[in-house]
Design a protein around this ligand. Structure first.
Ligand code: PEP
Ligand code: MG
Length: 318
């Protein structure tokens, strides 16, 4: 049957009761950011800075970095832009940072961990982000990938402060980070869950192996329990609850987006193409409804059961 096309995203994510869920875009370049802004994204929830420099075999200069980041900030004047520092290694090797002789790259020196192996690159990147943010109207937040401990979160926040960056955060991509979310979040201003890696590490299933797709599914209830632990941890920071977003592919699955909001996720960041479908389904539920639906997913014994139980509650899904 032919389907009525979804209306364009009108630029404000909200539930049926008016509860706001800002819908942001994942981008990898200034050109991407321009398209995301045109699609109505309310900001950028994930700028994958390594995508700006994937083909490089030397560290990009300060000027090159400032230009790349500024192109994204310019596309989102007045809006929030979350910059992720270089996530080199494993599925995203960068020749100037990544040791390609590691036996298990996904468990190796990647993301924030490269700062200890190749000192200086992260500090120089933070300085370039600060310079690009200076004079821009974008509200620049900065986060580190592959954070495993509260001590790493604290060290990253210290580096951001040294660079003059105001809003440091961490990605939650590793079960240890989800389980220690309160302590981790108390060191920074926000957390953003990377469900692609969180799923890979929770299920011990390589995200690049199609043969493990059944395990590598963000609907796995074990992953959803860790999402809940992260949201609860952010909310439990004494006196000043920290917002928790999701910027992995899970945010682009409309039914799963409802579950994530019900678990306490404040913002969803996704490929711009997913914005209209996610916005449309969120409008069909109120917050208590999303919480009830999230409870069904948490109580399921398998990914299929979780998906089936949630889809049955969302008749507007096609
Ligand atoms: C994630 O892991 O979910 C994420 C958003 O980061 P990346 O996909 O770039 O590893
Ligand atoms: Mg990741």
């Amino acid at each position: 049957a032919s389907r009525v096309p979804l209306p364009e995203f009108d630029g404000t994510g909200r539930l049926a009761d008016g509860h706001r869920v800002p819908l942001l875009a994942n981008v990898g370049s200034g050109a991407d950011a321009v398209e995301a802004a045109a699609a109505g994204a309310q900001g950028v929830g994930l700028l994958r800075t390594e995508f700006c420099f994937l083909s490089r075999d030397t560290e990009p200069t300060r000027e090159e970095q400032v230009e790349a980041y500024r192109a994204v900030f310019d596309a989102f004047g007045g809006a929030k832009v979350v910059v992720r520092t270089l996530d080199a290694g494993a599925d995203k090797p960068l020749p100037f940072l990544t040791d390609d002789s590691e036996p298990n790259p996904a468990l190796g020196v990647r993301g924030y961990r490269t700062d200890a192996a190749v000192p200086g690159v992260l500090a120089r990147q933070l300085a370039a982000i600060a310079e690009a943010a200076d004079g821009s109207t974008a509200e620049v937040w900065t986060m580190a990938p592959m954070i495993s401990t509260p001590a790493e979160a604290a060290a990253f926040a210290g580096m951001c402060a040294e660079a003059g960056l105001k809003t440091p955060g961490v990605m939650v991509e590793v079960p240890s980070a989800a389980l220690m979310a309160r302590q981790l979040a108390s060191e920074v201003d926000f957390a953003s869950i990377g469900t692609n890696d969180l799923t890979q590490y929770t299920m011990a299933a390589d995200r690049q192996l199609g043969a493990l797709a059944e395990l590598n599914d963000p609907w796995q209830p074990a992953v959803l329990h860790l999402v809940k632990a992260t949201c609860d941890g952010g909310a439990a920071v004494q006196g000043d609850p920290r917002p928790v977003g999701v910027c992995g592919e899970a945010a682009a699955d409309p039914a799963l987006a409802v579950v994530l909001v019900g678990l306490g996720v404040a913002t969803l960041s996704m490929n711009r193409r997913a914005l209209p479908a996610v916005a449309a389904i969120l409008k069909t539920v109120d917050l208590p409804g999303a919480q009830r639906i999230a409870g069904l997913a948490l109580g399921a014994g398998s990914a299929d059961e979780a998906r089936g139980a949630v889809r049955a509650e969302l008749p507007e899904l096609d």
